[in-house]
Design a protein around this ligand. Structure first.
Ligand code: MN
Length: 751
C-alpha cells in the first residue's frame, strides 16, 4: 500500500471514530440506560461488515449507519435497541451476513427490527414492479409488531434526503417523490413534526430547485425586517408573562419554504400575502397544583389582553389532542402594524411530544391507562395488513387514506368520543364501531334526526347507527366511504362474493356443456367467449351466474362455424410483432434510465408523450416515466399521478429536459380576479392580443357584486410566455390576482 493510501485510510479512520464518539455523546446526553457495550459491539460489527464500501458521495459507507443512529437518539429520542438496529440496518441487505447472524450476536429484538428494514430481494411476491410497495408492506407488518422499525426507517430516509445531492437526478426524483408520498405523511402521523417538515422541505427542494432557491432568497431579503417586528411583538409578551411570574421560553418560528409555497399555490397568493410566515411559540414550565390545560388558557388570557385575537383562528388541541398525540393551543392575534401573528401555547411536555412524537409520547404515558389514539391507529394498520390483498399498490392507496386526514370528533349515543378523519360519512363511522354494524347499516340518527348513511359527519355530531339483519352491502357504498378501514372491509366482502359467483357461473357453464356432451375444455370456452365478445373466462362466469347470458342455445354457438372476424382478431394479437401499421409507435430503442432524455420538438409523440393528466408545457418542472413500450411519458413533478409512479415504479423514472419548442403552442388557462370596472376586460384582451400576439381560444367572465373572475384559455409556447403574460396583466391596477391554473388534483387535504 502506498504512503498516500495509508494517510487517506488513517484520516478516514479518524473521521469514523469522531462520528462514533459523537453518537456516544448524544447517547450519554439522553436519559436512557447507559448500554455502551452493545452499541460499541454493533458499531464494530457494522464497520467491519461494510469495510471497503463507499457511499456515492465517496465517504466510507459506515458513516451513513452512524448518522442514522445519531438521528435515532438525538432527534427521535430512542434508546440502545434502536441505536444498534440503526447501526446494523444495511448489513443484511448489503453484505453477506444474514438475519440469523444478527440474532445470534445481538438477540431476537434487534434482529427483528433489522429484518423489517431489509428490502425483499426480487421475485418473492411476484411482479417486480410492485416490489417497492411490497417492501413497504413488509416494513409496516414489522412495525405493527414493533413500531421502532418505522422510526429507524424514517431516520434512514431523513439522512438519505439530507445527502441526496450526490445522487443522479432520476434517483433524486424517485427518492423525493417517495418521501413526499409516504414518509413525510407517516412521520406526521407518528407525531414527528420537525422531521416531517424537514422531509417535505427537502423533497420540495429537489423537485422544484428554482422555486426553492427563489423563495429562500425572498426569506433572506425580509430577514432584517422580520427580526425587528418579532422584537416589537414579543417584548410586551415577555414582560407581561414575567410579571405574572411564569417560567417560560419564547421561540420564533419561521414557516418552512415548502409550507410557504404550498400556501401560495393552494390559496393562489403572492409571497407578501402569506401573513403567517412568522409565529411565536411559548413553552412554559407548568406550576404545581393546576392542570396544564388551565395554565394554557391563563396564558391565552394574558396574551389576548395585549393583542386582539382573531375570532375564527383559535385551535384548541389541549382539550382534545390530535390523534397523533399533538397538544397545543394556537391563537392568531393582531400584532403591531396590523399584522396577524400566530401564537402557540404549550407546556414543556406538550412541546416534547410535538417535536419528537411517539417516543416522547410513551415516555409520558402513565402505565396501563386506556390505549392512546396512536395505539389505536397502529391496530388499524395491522387489520388492513391482515386482510390478504394480493395487490400491493392498492394496499398503498388504502394505507395512504389512513395517513392523512385531520380528524373530527364524533360522539356515540352513550357520549363516548371517537376520532374519525374529516370527510367521513355515517357509513365510515358504522365501520369504525364494528364491521358488522357497517355491513348491516341502514341509516343513522345524527343528533337525534334521521339521516342516510351517506351523511357527511361534522365535528361534535352525536351518531347512532341503525341496522337491520336483512341488510346487504351494495357496491355503490364504496363511493360513500373515505376511511381505509371501511374500504378494506367492503372490498374483502365483494371479492368474496364475486369469487362465489364466479364458481357458480363456472358450474353453470360446465352443466350446459355437459348437456350437449362436451367437457369444459379450453377450445369450447374460447368459442363461447368469442361469441359473447368477452375476453376473460371470469367475466363469462360472472355474467352466467348473474343470468345475463342465455345458455340454452349453447350448442348453436359452439357448433356455429367460426366467422372470419375471430380469425382476424387473432392475427392482431398485440403480442405478435407481425402486425404493422396500426400501432402508434414501435418501440424505439431501450432508454438508458441513467441518462437525461431531451424533449425536442422533433421527438414529440415518437420518443415521448406529454401526460394527459397534468398537461405539462415546456418550462414546467417535469420528469419522465418509461412505460412498457419504452415510451417516455412526461409528467409535471407535482402531478399526483407522477407521485404514485415515483413511489411504485421508481426504477422506471428517467430525468428529462426541455428542448426548444417554438413550433407547437399549448392551450393554458389563466384566471384573473379583480374589480369590475368598465374597460378592464378590454385592457386585458389588448395586452394578450396586441402586445404579446397571443391567440385566445376561449373566454369566460363572471361578475358578481363588483368583482369579476375571468378565465382565459390562451395559446402559449412555454412557461416563460405565460409567466410574462401574467406579470403584464397583473400590472393593470384593477386586477387583483392573475394565475396560471394547473389541473393538478391535490390528493391530500390541507392540515
Ligand atoms: Mn440506509
Amino acid at each position: 500500500m502506498s504512503k498516500k493510501q495509508d494517510i487517506q485510510e488513517e484520516e478516514e479512520n479518524l473521521l469514523i471514530q469522531r462520528e462514533f464518539d459523537a453518537l456516544l455523546e448524544d447517547y450519554r446526553n439522553s436519559n436512557h440506560r447507559q448500554k455502551f457495550e452493545i452499541i460499541t459491539k454493533a458499531f464494530n460489527f457494522a464497520r467491519s461488515a461494510h469495510r471497503g464500501l463507499r457511499r456515492r458521495s465517496g465517504e466510507p459507507y459506515i458513516m451513513h449507519p452512524i448518522a442514522v443512529a445519531r438521528i435515532v437518539v438525538r432527534e427521535i429520542g430512542l434508546g440502545s435497541t434502536s441505536i444498534c438496529s440503526a447501526l446494523l440496518h444495511d448489513v443484511v441487505e448489503d453484505t453477506d451476513y444474514t438475519v440469523e447472524d444478527i440474532e445470534n450476536l445481538f438477540g431476537p429484538k434487534i434482529a427483528q427490527i433489522v429484518d423489517g428494514l431489509t428490502k425483499i430481494s426480487g421475485g418473492v411476491f411476484g411482479e417486480r414492479d410492485s416490489a417497492q410497495a411490497e417492501n413497504f408492506r413488509k416494513l409496516l407488518l414489522t412495525m405493527s409488531e414493533d413500531v421502532r422499525v418505522i422510526l429507524v426507517k424514517i431516520a434512514d430516509r431523513l439522512h438519505n434526503m439530507r445527502t441526496l445531492s450526490s445522487m443522479p437526478p432520476a434517483k433524486q426524483y424517485k427518492i423525493s417523490g417517495e418521501t413526499q408520498y409516504i414518509y413525510a405523511p407517516l412521520a406526521h402521523r407518528l407525531g414527528l413534526f420537525r422531521i416531517k417538515t424537514e422531509l417535505e422541505n427537502l423533497s420540495f427542494k429537489y423537485e422544484h430547485p428554482d422555486t426553492y432557491r427563489e423563495l429562500e432568497k425572498r426569506l433572506a431579503v425580509d430577514e432584517e425586517e422580520r427580526k425587528i417586528f418579532y422584537k416589537k411583538f414579543s417584548e410586551p409578551i415577555d414582560e407581561k408573562l414575567s410579571s405574572l411570574g411564569y417560567e417560560f421560553k419564547l421561540k420564533e418560528r419561521l414557516k418552512s419554504v415548502y409550507s410557504i409555497w404550498r400556501k401560495m399555490s393552494a390559496q393562489n397568493i403572492h409571497f407578501e400575502e402569506v401573513y403567517d410566515i412568522l409565529a411565536l411559540r411559548i413553552i412554559f414550565k407548568p406550576r404545581e397544583g393546576m392542570s396544564e390545560k388551565d395554565q394554557c388558557w391563563m396564558l391565552y388570557s394574558a396574551i389576548t389582553s395585549l393583542y386582539k385575537p382573531h375570532p375564527e383562528r383559535i385551535r384548541d388541541w389541549v382539550s382534545t389532542p390530535k390523534a397523533n398525540g399533538y397538544e397545543s393551543l394556537h391563537v392568531t392575534v393582531m400584532g403591531p402594524m396590523g399584522r396577524w401573528v400566530e401564537v402557540q401555547i404549550r407546556s414543556e411536555r406538550m412541546n416534547d411530544i410535538a417535536e419528537r412524537g411517539l417516543a416522547a409520547h410513551w415516555k409520558y404515558k402513565t402505565g396501563g391507562k386506556e390505549e392512546s389514539e396512536l395505539d389505536k391507529w397502529i391496530k388499524t394498520i395491522k387489520e388492513i395488513l391482515e386482510n390478504p390483498d394480493p395487490n400491493a399498490i392498492d394496499f398503498m392507496a388504502t394505507f395512504k387514506l389512513n395517513l392523512f386526514a385531520s380528524e373530527i370528533f364524533v360522539f356515540t349515543p352513550k357520549g363516548e368520543i371517537k376520532t374519525i378523519p374529516q370527510g367521513a360519512t355515517a357509513l365510515d363511522f358504522a365501520f369504525l364501531l364494528h364491521s358488522d354494524i357497517g355491513m348491516l347499516g341502514i341509516g343513522a340518527n345524527v343528533n337525534h334526526k334521521l339521516d342516510p348513511l351517506i351523511y357527511k359527519l361534522n365535528s361534535g355530531d352525536q351518531v347512532e347507527i341503525l341496522t337491520s339483519k336483512k341488510q346487504k352491502p351494495e357496491r355503490e357504498w364504496l363511493n360513500y366511504i373515505t376511511t381505509g378501514r371501511a374500504k378494506t372491509k367492503l372490498e374483502t366482502y365483494f371479492k368474496k362474493k364475486e369469487k362465489a359467483l364466479i364458481a357458480e357461473g363456472a358450474k353453470q357453464i360446465e352443466e350446459a356443456l355437459a348437456k350437449i356432451n362436451l367437457k369444459p375444455e379450453n377450445e369450447h370456452i374460447v368459442r363461447i367467449l368469442n361469441y359473447y365478445k368477452l375476453t376473460q373466462p371470469t367475466e363469462l362466469y360472472l355474467n352466467a351466474a348473474k343470468g345475463v347470458l342465455d345458455l340454452n342455445d349453447i350448442n348453436k354457438l359452439i357448433f356455429k362455424p367460426q366467422n372470419r372476424n375471430v380469425f382476424t382478431r387473432y392475427l392482431k394479437n398485440p403480442f405478435s410483432n407481425t402486425s404493422s401499421g396500426e400501432k402508434k409507435s414501435p418501440p424505439v430503442q431501450k432508454i438508458d434510465l441513467k441518462s437525461t432524455v431531451k424533449l425536442t420538438e422533433e421527438n414529440a409523440g415518437k420518443q415521448y408523450q406529454l401526460a394527459l393528466c397534468c398537461n405539462p408545457i415546456p418550462g414546467d418542472d417535469v420528469l419522465g416515466y418509461v412505460d412498457e413500450h419504452e415510451n417516455v411519458i412526461v409528467h409535471k413533478r407535482q402531478c399526483p399521478a407522477a407521485l404514485k409512479l415515483k413511489t411504485n415504479f421508481g426504477n422506471r423514472i428517467v430525468s428529462v429536459e426541455w428542448g426548444i419548442h417554438k413550433g407547437h403552442s399549448f392551450i393554458e388557462l389563466i384566471e384573473i380576479k379583480g374589480i369590475d370596472k368598465k374597460g378592464v376586460m378590454m385592457e386585458i384582451l389588448k395586452i394578450i392580443s396586441e402586445s404579446y400576439g397571443f391567440n385566445i381560444n376561449r373566454i369566460n367572465i363572471e361578475t358578481n357584486a363588483g368583482i369579476f373572475i375571468g378565465q382565459l384559455y390562451v395559446y402559449v409556447h412555454d412557461t416563460h410566455e405565460i409567466d410574462a403574460l401574467c406579470r403584464q396583466i397583473s400590472k393593470i391596477s384593477e386586477v387583483n390576482s392573475v394565475r396560471r391554473v394547473q389541473n393538478l388534483k391535490e390528493d391530500e387535504p390541507k392540515t
